[in-house]
Design a protein around this ligand. Structure first.
Ligand code: F3S
Length: 436
């Protein structure tokens, strides 16, 4: 057996000698080499389900699909049923023209094959496609202190920060391999040391900032370091509740995509900050003060990548990361009020709200609320808007969004929630009236 720098258990050594088959040997070897690259000295047992980032059967990823076939053929499954990121296509709820459909057919030609592979590997169920697998309706909710292995950046930062579970920002496929061997290398955010903060973020704004902009500011400043945020409890209150969780979900996703944050602590709110307070700060930490002017500067720094800056938007995506059920109700109410104020009943812009299939099903059970939202012309979908945008045909459309992650990775134009409301009600972008 090759010499490894890591301390390995008897069982791990046996697997690396091929005692549990060639496929398991290769899977564990990949996990060990991955850990050694980051200086891990040993492996830890995973004690929660994995969540996979690779959810799309993209043409050209044949190596991945062949590897999946090999794992299935060896009779290996993940230790616990897993969840996976959103599906890329939903023609029923996200309008596509014939050319776009042709593009998607070419791009995601292996979707059927991939989904059937996922089922054989231990996919939770047919609804398990969402980046917010930790929603109560979906149920892949780790517990505080649990060691897990996830890769989806918005889910990683939520699990680490809001729940207090422990996972690195792993890459796709590695999380699957860790899931089937049931182990993760011990480094970074799974260690006490790696969870300490190198930054203190002092929030000094006059009101609660837009979560997506605050996350963006933090991410761009600290990049991959752990920040300790003070001043948010003044607006959100102490402790955790569902609206604080939604706020932190959106803030975290922006910090993870505009930077590479995998964990943040919020004073008096997130579990480890509640427990340890400023003891979480490293000696010699840096300070970043965020006030109203700083956030204004951040928003003004976003480039607009539309070909025609004055184009009328053609589609609006809300829900990246996927919305919670409370956020769907909230958007429905805000849209209703904004329309009502103008004496209108229908949206002028194709407006798509994304959420987990299980969250949508739950919302649909409330027939009146579902009718109210869809009668106004809004659509509910389970797709990932970024996967919709990631091709030349769709990305040339003037798309607006309130998601800083979607803005960062696509040509979509970012608007604050009140400007999004104005745009979807009037069909136009201009300085927003205040609807609420
Ligand atoms: Fe989720 Fe896709 Fe956005 S995975 S966070 S909806 S880019």
């Amino acid at each position: 057996m090759k010499d490894y720098n890591m301390e390995l258990t008897y069982e791990e050594k046996e697997i690396l000698e091929g005692k549990k088959g060639e496929t398991m040997r290769k899977a564990l070897k990949s996990v060990v080499l991955y850990g050694e690259t980051f200086g891990a000295k040993r492996l830890l047992d995973i004690d929660g389900p994995v969540h996979l980032v690779t959810s799309f059967g993209m043409t050209g990823l044949d190596t991945v699909f062949d590897m999946m076939d090999e794992i299935i053929k060896a009779g290996i499954r993940t230790k616990e049923p897993f969840t996976v990121d959103p599906r890329p296509i939903d023609y029923d709820n996200v309008e596509c023209n014939e050319i776009q459909k042709k593009v998607f057919k070419g791009l995601y030609g292996n979707q059927g094959r991939y989904e059937s592979q996922l089922k054989k590997l231990g996919l939770k169920d047919n609804n398990a496609f969402t980046c917010t697998c930790y929603m109560p309706q979906v149920g892949n909710i780790p517990r505080k202190g649990q060691i897990i292995c996830w890769a989806e950046s918005s889910a990683v930062v939520f699990a680490n920060s809001v729940i207090g579970a422990r996972t690195n920002r792993n890459s796709g496929i590695i999380e699957l391999l860790c899931g089937i061997v049931g182990k993760v290398p011990e480094f970074g955010l799974v260690t006490d040391e790696g969870r300490r903060a190198k930054w203190i973020i002092e929030l000094k704004t006059s009101k609660l900032p837009n979560a997506q902009v605050l996350g963006s500011a933090i991410g761009m400043k600290v990049v991959e370091d752990v920040p300790y945020i003070t001043g948010l409890d003044k607006f959100l209150g102490k402790g955790m509740n569902s609206s604080t969780m939604d706020y932190l979900k959106d803030m975290g996703a922006a910090s993870a995509s505009n930077g590479a944050v995998g964990l943040y602590h919020v004073e008096n709110i997130t579990p480890e900050a509640v427990e340890k307070g400023r003891d979480l700060l490293n000696k010699g930490y840096s300070t970043y003060v965020i006030d109203d002017q700083e956030l204004k500067n951040i928003i003004e720094s976003y480039p607009i990548l539309w070909k025609d800056m004055n184009a009328k938007p053609s589609i609006c995506f809300i829900g990246c990361p996927h919305l919670s059920i409370e956020q769907i109700y909230d958007w429905s109410d805000r849209i209703y009020r904004a329309l009502d104020k103008r004496g209108k009943s229908k949206l002028k812009l194709n407006t798509v709200l994304s959420a987990a299939p299980d969250v949508i099903s739950k919302f649909r059970e409330d027939k009146r609320a579902y009718k109210k939202l869809t009668d106004m012309g809004a659509h509910l979908t389970y797709i990932c808007p970024l996967m919709y945008m990631s091709n030349s045909e769709c990305s040339k459309q003037p798309v607006i969004t309130n998601s800083n992650k979607l803005r960062t990775y696509s040509r979509a134009r970012f608007l604050l929630d009140e400007d999004v409301l104005h745009a979807i009600v009037t069909g136009d972008i201009k300085e927003a009236e205040k609807f609420d």
